[in-house]
Structures are given as C-alpha cells and as structure tokens.
Design a protein around this ligand. Structure first.
Ligand code: C2E
Ligand code: SIN
Ligand code: SIN
Ligand code: FE
Ligand code: FE
Length: 517
C-alpha cells in the first residue's frame, strides 16, 4: 500500500506535457533603469521578441532612482534588472541595488549593471556583496549580447524561484503530514487532507482558486458517503454522492472507483485510496484554473503521504479496537466468575470516563481511564469461587483473602508496558483506597491516591450499589446517592462526589444504555 495506490495513468502523463506547452502564462518582468532615453529604446528593441519557457517579457522602465523604487514597490516579482550605474549621482545604480538586496530583501532578482563610462566598474566587493550577476559596458551590449545575457539571467532566475517554491512546498507537505498523523478518525483525517491541499495549492498564488473539494469513502461500492468537504460543498457531508453530486462529478468519481486508479487532468485531481479494511476513499479536487505542473507535483508527493497516513490510521484503529476488546473480554471473564453481569465493567468504564470529563481531564486521559477501568477487579481471578459466590457476609479470613484482589490485579497488569495496562495496574491496586486513609491495601490518603484510583472507586461502588449481587439486593437511586454523599470526604474524593451528585442523571443514563440483562 504505497506507490501502487497512486498510479498515474499514461493518458494523464501525456496530458501534462501538452499542457505545459499550451499554458498561457504571465510574462517575465524586466526592469530597465537608465537616464538615457536612447538606452531604453535600444534595449527594448533587442529583447522585444524574447520568449523563455513559453513566457514573453514585460518591460518596466525608470529614468532615475525615485522611479526605480516606485516600480520596485509595485512589482514584487521582477526577474531581471538592467541597471545603469551613473545617473543623477555617481553611485545611484549601486544604491538601487543595495535597496533591492537589503530593504526589499529580494535575493532572487538577477541584476545586470551597465555603465557608459569604462573604468567606473564597482569594486569587486560590491559585486560580491550584492550578488550582481553581470557587469557590462554599454558599448558591449550589442543586440546579440544583450539577448544572451538576459536569456541566461532568466534561466538562473527561474531555477532559483523553482527551488524556492519547491522548498516552500516541501515545508508545507512536512507540516501537513505531521498534522495528519495527529488525526484520530478517518473523517478528521480526510477533512485535514482537504484543508491541507487547499493550503498547498494556494501557495503564493491567489489566482489559483480551488473551486470544489469533496471526499467520499466507500464500502464495496454499496454504501457511499461523503465524509468531508470544504466551502459550499459542506452541504453534501454525510450524503450519498450518487444522489447529491452533479452528474458529471459523480460520473468521474464512479469511474475512478471502478478503475481503482488515481486520475489527474488539467483541472481535476481524483485520488483513489484503498485501506486495509475493505473500504476505499476518493479525494476529488477541481480547480477553476489549470493546476500548474509544480502544483501537481506537490499534490503527488503529498498524496503519497496521505495514503501512508490512511494506512497508519487504519492500523491504529484496529490495534485500539483489538486492545479494547481484549480488555473487555478479560474484565467480563472476571466479572462473570463472580456472577456480576457483563455490563458492570462497561458501566464502570462509562461512569469513570464521565467523571474524568466532568473533572476537566483531557479527552485522551478520559479515554485511557475508560479503556483501563474494566480491569479494576482482574485480581479476583485469584480468589476461589467459594468466596466470590458466597451468598452471605464473608468471614474475617475470607475477607482478608478477598482484599488481596487489589494487589493481585496490579501484579498481573504491571507486567505490561502498554499505557492502557499501566493505567489499569494503578486502578487495580488503588480502587479500594479511601480518601480518609481507611482503605486497602496501602491506606493511602487524599491526593496520594492517583486520580485514576479515586475516579474508579466512585464509578465502581456507585454501580455495585445500584446492582444486585449474590450477597446483596440492588439499592434504589435515592439510597445510593445518600450513601455516596455520606461518604464524601470519608471514602471518596469530595470534589468528585459533588460532580457525581450534581450530574447524577448522566449516570442514570449510562445504566439505561448498558442494563443488566
Ligand atoms: P463488588 O461487589 O464489585 O463491590 C465493590 C464495592 O462496592 C465494595 O468494595 C463496596 O465498597 C461497595 N459495595 C458493594 N456492595 C455494598 C453494600 O451492600 N454495602 C456497602 N456499604 N457497600 C457496598 P469492597 O467492600 O472492598 O468489596 C470488594 C469486593 O469484595 C466486592 O466487589 C465483592 O466482590 C466482595 N465482597 C464484599 N462484601 C462481600 C460479601 O458480603 N459477600 C461476598 N460474597 N462478597 C463480598
Ligand atoms: C464494546 O462493546 O467494546 C464497547 C462498549 C463501550 O463503548 O463502552
Ligand atoms: C476507543 O478507544 O476508541 C473505543 C472506546 C472503548 O471501547 O474503550
Ligand atoms: Fe474491587
Ligand atoms: Fe467492580
């Protein structure tokens, strides 16, 4: 799943070179600064029909420093400057050059100095310092020489600009790819791709207006869904592209799906991606202006990263789902031995996550707690059935043994380095610690008990009280809340109890969603 997903068809490659020839592009700007009218006329005549890379020349002319600075201010993208040295003052030309390189900070413009007075050559140091690309005596500048000098300068300028655009583009791609790796879901990821592509294609070019961006993902072509879009197309999100998209757009998308191949043409990019789990994605980009060759090259590089990113995303989702499933299965196995219903572990997980979010912990931490909480009683694996299932109060000896489930669970879980299992180890050993220090196994007090432990203690007891156990009946909600409130600051972290009680309908809702069957 790397390059083979981004096959660009023969047809579209052929289209590229034809396009390059045909492309109507802005002219190269040539600045001529000279105080002699005659020099302007001769220069323009000599260069009038120059075409370089399919672009002609446009002349900007100035007679003195003030006019030159004025033109420079209006045109940030001058390719070549032909600048007279001696004008109103002996060094006027050099002052203009200094302005270009220093104040304007333009390292790209190619500069050719011209002088009518032989022997007025600037010092070598000036030539080096200001990156002056050529130095000519006016008498030297015959039509042919002028032509080759400017032609060479244009070549250097466009190479410099090309490098700069590539550098800029690659920087954007690196940023964009890093941004995408942060995305947590396919929908977010695709939305990120669209935003990044829009940004990439608008690089320095206000004129490239990306008209339409839409994305769809598909399952065996049966189910089709627009996952993300930008601008006006946002109205399509969540809908079936076959029902809502304009016929010609939809036809192209279906064609790409059937061929399983990315399609690239002058105004459109339709990328095809296949993920490891039976689903495909199409990224559709249409631009009002022709996509330039550099833009399309950037798109290609960027979309290679996108296909790798999609693969990572699916792998990560699969690992997370698998991990969560294993955690639930383990938790279930434990709880079913002690005849608690399977949904007890789910409710403890949900209660704990809810408390974490109410407390203002970040969503990732809340998710870790959610994933780890089902393992709080995994240490009960080591407790005999005769004790677990005893339909009455425990003897002192039985109770001592029962209490070992906390440390047993931690011993088991702390063998792993996985973040969720490490969190689960903390929860296992601390979920019976009490705020006032009266809990077990380590009699920890207050905030010495990890927040994971304080949260799961409440999540667990709340649900145990609401439930029937082999040794007790279910309590009504009023009685449960009274008990929890009574234990505020004794068994439980007072701040968390306030959150539980103030928001108790959320916890009732969790029981409704995951009932005992
Ligand atoms: P569990 O059944 O999951 O209960 C978790 C916690 O909920 C208990 O931790 C306790 O704090 C609270 N809880 C549950 N039922 C009641 C109740 O009827 N009254 C009150 N005040 N609190 C209740 P605890 O006490 O550390 O117990 C840990 C585990 O030990 C329980 O997990 C259960 O598996 C077992 N256990 C506790 N008491 C008995 C019992 O009398 N008979 C049996 N067979 N097992 C018990
Ligand atoms: C599951 O069944 O594994 C997910 C239940 C949940 O969202 O807590
Ligand atoms: C997830 O981590 O995305 C799934 C939620 C869970 O069941 O823990
Ligand atoms: Fe426990
Ligand atoms: Fe429990």
């Amino acid at each position: 799943m790397t390059d083979d997903l981004l096959i660009f068809t023969e047809e579209s490659d052929a289209e590229l070179s034809v396009l390059e020839e045909a492309q109507h592009r802005a002219p190269w700007k040539i600045l001529i600064v000279d105080d002699e009218q005659e020099v302007h006329a001769v220069t323009k005549m000599a260069l009038n029909d120059v075409v370089y890379l399919g672009r002609s020349l446009k002349f900007l002319t100035a007679r003195n420093k003030a006019e030159a600075l004025d033109l420079l201010a209006q045109h940030p993208d001058i390719a070549v400057g032909l600048i007279d040295v001696v004008m109103e003052e002996e060094h006027t030309g050099l002052e203009i050059v200094r302005y270009i390189r220093e104040q304007r900070a333009d390292p790209f413009m190619r500069i050719i100095l011209r002088t009518g007075q032989p022997g007025q050559a600037p010092e070598r140091q000036v030539v080096q310092e200001y990156d002056i690309n050529d130095y000519k005596e006016k008498t030297e500048l015959t039509t042919q020489k002028l032509f080759s000098t400017v032609y060479t300068a244009l070549g250097n300028y466009s190479a410099l600009i090309g490098l700069e655009e590539n550098r800029h583009g690659l920087e954007k791609i690196i940023d964009a790819s890093a941004d995408l790796l942060e995305k947590k879901s396919l929908r977010q990821f695709i939305q990120g791709v669209l935003e990044q592509i829009t940004a990439l294609l608008r690089l320095d070019k206000e004129s490239v207006f990306v008209q339409k961006l839409g994305v769809s993902t598909y399952l065996n072509h049966e189910q089709q869904l627009i996952l993300a879009a930008t601008g006006d197309d946002c109205q399509y999100i969540g809908k079936d592209p076959r029902k809502v998209l304009p016929a010609e757009v939809n036809a192209e998308i279906q064609q790409v799906l059937n061929n399983q191949e990315t399609k690239l043409s002058t105004h459109r990019f339709i990328g095809y991606f296949r993920s490891s789990i039976e689903s495909e994605a199409v990224i559709y980009i249409s631009s009002s202006e022709e996509l330039s060759l550099p833009d399309r090259n950037l798109l290609k590089i960027f979309l290679r990263n996108v296909s790798i990113g999609i693969e990572h995303l699916h792998l990560r989702e699969e690992i997370e789902l698998t991990q969560n499933e294993i955690v639930y299965m383990l938790g279930d196995a434990v709880e079913s031995r002690s005849r608690e219903t399977a949904n007890h572990v789910r409710r403890v997980a949900e209660n704990a996550k809810e408390l974490a979010l109410l407390l203002g912990l970040d969503p990732l931490t809340a998710q870790i707690i959610h994933s780890a909480a089902p393992l709080h009683d995994v240490g009960k694996i080591g407790i005999p059935d005769s004790i677990l299932d005893k339909p009455a109060a425990l003897t002192d000896g039985e109770w001592s043994l029962m209490q070992t489930h906390a440390q047993r669970g931690a011993d088991l879980l702390s063998q792993s380095n996985r973040p969720i299992l490490k969190a689960a180890a903390i929860i296992a050993v601390q979920h019976h610690e009490n705020w006032d220090g009266s809990g077990y196994p380590n009699s920890l007090v207050g905030e010495d008990i990890h927040i994971y432990g304080r949260i799961v203690a409440i999540a667990d007891v709340y649900d145990a009280l609401c439930s029937e156990r082999c040794y007790k009946d279910a309590w009504g909600i009023e009685k449960v809340l009274d008990y929890m409130n009574l234990q505020k600051g004794k068994k439980f972290d007072p701040q968390l109890i306030d959150l539980l009680i103030d928001n108790h309908e959320r916890f009732v809702e969790i029981r409704r969603r995951f009932p005992d069957l």
